[in-house]
Design a protein around this ligand. Structure first.
Ligand code: ATP
Length: 232
């Protein structure tokens, strides 16, 4: 297993959010994290990145125990994070936002990685533009670029298609497909668009109330499970 969680629980202050989470991500695959708003998907990704107040259980990457590692150390082990809402710094330029992603790396070349320029021609041509002037879809490309700047083995994406125009959703799906299937970057993808999840996912976990209630290969995800756990 590339990434493994065993009996993981996590907390904000004294409030327990995740309960006894077990799952693993195999190298090169895409793991979809599904469920309604508020069931703990964001908290799961934040727990993996080391951004919650407390976790119990164990978390390992390539058999190295990172349970107690800081977020920047986790980044060095190859965890890249695209947070919910993108979290772009609007007053910074496109280039500066991308370079933020390189701060955890040992070699800080100060260069925008080639992969970002190749994947996103618009960003390549607008490196000195203020990021706040970009559209939602372009900002999502920027958030993905910033995460790619850590040269990740595993990319964690929190609802990357949320709030994006429908015609751009498919485009983001294609970018993620390229990163996962062509470039072999493993993924953990929290996603409300079930079509995107079915297209990209190899495995899934369905969450409810801080627990995993269903899991399996994506072809085992039935419409009935989607209706039961995802429709409001
Ligand atoms: N900083 C926090 N302090 C206390 N409780 C929190 C905090 N952040 C989230 N929660 C609670 O944790 C639970 C899980 O929230 P989380 O954001 O992980 O869910 P989610 O499935 O990602 O939903 P969404 O799709 O809305 O982001 C919710 O009940 C939420 O109110």
């Amino acid at each position: 297993m590339l990434l493994q969680l065993e009996k993981v629980s996590s907390f904000y202050g004294r409030t327990q959010i995740l309960r006894d989470i077990d799952f693993g991500v195999t190298k090169g695959t895409c793991m979809c994290v599904l469920g309604r708003n508020g069931v703990g998907k964001t908290t799961l990704l934040r727990t993996i990145m080391g951004l919650v107040d407390k976790m119990t259980g164990t978390l390992s990457v390539s058999d190295t125990n990172l349970t107690k590692a800081r977020t920047d150390e986790r980044a060095k082990y190859g965890l890249g994070y695209v947070p919910q809402g993108r979290q772009i710094l609007g007053n910074f330029t496109v280039r500066e936002n991308i370079l933020l992603g390189t701060f955890a790396k040992a070699d800080r070349s100060g260069k925008v990685p080639e992969i970002c320029l190749d994947l996103f021609p618009y960003l390549a041509e607008n490196l000195n533009r203020r990021a706040g002037e970009l559209s939602g879809g372009q900002q999502q490309q920027l958030a993905i670029s910033r995460a790619l700047a850590v040269d990740p083995q595993i990319l964690l994406l929190d609802e990357p298609t949320e709030g994006i125009q429908p015609n751009i959703v498919a485009e983001i799906g294609e970018t993620l497909r390229m990163l996962n299937k062509k470039m072999g970057i493993s993924m953990i993808l929290s996603e409300q668009h079930i079509k995107v999840a079915r297209d990209l996912g190899d495995q899934f976990v369905m969450m409810d109330n801080g627990r995993i209630v269903e899991s399996g290969v994506i072809s085992d995800l039935t419409d009935e499970m989607v209706d039961r756990h995802m429709t409001v």
